[in-house]
Design a protein around this ligand. Structure first.
Ligand code: ATP
Length: 220
């Protein structure tokens, strides 16, 4: 019988997912899923493994244990790349390229939604007028906004957002919240790391708490 995923399969589900460095566990084993239309808040103290978890899911770190299913189908790191839009600490921009050139380059690499243009995305994140500015000349918050434009252009249904509010002013925080809400309304999902010090996006959320060294926190 063909291995047909159920129509309601979560965007991503992990079973016994773990990661270790030099045999020292960083997190896991973890079991969780993210449905279309919801966000999973990944909380934990400094060093708990939040960034590592997102980087493993994004396929940026080798050596994961356990199973990752994308829309009900087991998917290794390479197979899930096109399904995931990743917003990390490092913006992944080329310093000498302009804002527009960076987005064109990233869209060429990672694909783009047909319904939106690059200049439109720049305007949405508040960077109209900075189209030709080299990334190196942008402030940390403006670079974050440029990365948000890239995310907005991404066709990927699952967003992995590592401390998306960092470096942003209040309008930037509201921009992230609007983007996440629109993405979820459109059938997407998101994992969002936070220390709990920032407001969470005002969307349907579930909580995953990571303890120190990745162990589940007491009472989680
Ligand atoms: N490149 C690396 N090489 C070795 N160890 C690392 C590396 N990156 C992170 N670690 C270690 O892995 C553990 C988890 O780090 P991680 O960055 O995932 O935590 P975090 O929960 O995102 O922390 P923070 O809230 O400070 O951003 C920490 O003990 C950290 O020291």
């Amino acid at each position: 019988m063909p291995d047909t995923p159920p129509a309601t399969a979560p965007l991503i589900a992990v079973r016994g997912l773990g990661f270790a460095r030099n045999d020292v566990p960083v997190f896991g084993p973890l079991d969780f899923s993210v449905e279309a239309g919801e966000a999973l808040l990944v909380q934990g103290d400094n060093g708990a493994g939040k960034t590592t978890l997102l980087r493993v899911l994004a396929g940026l770190l080798d050596g994961e244990r356990g199973q990752v299913l994308v829309s009900g189908v087991a998917a290794g790191p390479a197979a899930r790349a096109g399904h995931i839009g990743y917003l990390g600490h490092l913006p992944g921009l080329k310093a000498d390229l302009s804002a527009i050139e960076n987005l064109a380059w990233l869209c060429g690499l990672l694909g783009r939604r047909a319904s939106i243009g690059i200049e439109q995305a720049l305007a949405i994140v508040g960077l109209a007028g900075f189209e030709d500015a080299p990334a190196r000349s942008l402030s940390a918050g403006q670079r974050k906004r440029l990365s948000l434009a890239r995310l907005w252009l991404s066709p990927a249904p699952l967003w992995l957002l590592d401390e998306p509010y960092a470096n942003l002013d209040l309008p930037g925080i509201e921009l992230v919240n609007r983007m996440v809400r629109a993405h979820l309304d459109d059938g997407g999902g998101a994992l969002v790391t936070t220390h709990g010090a920032y407001a969470a996006p005002p969307v349907r959320t579930r909580l995953l708490r990571l303890g120190t060294a990745g162990a589940p926190a007491p009472g989680a």
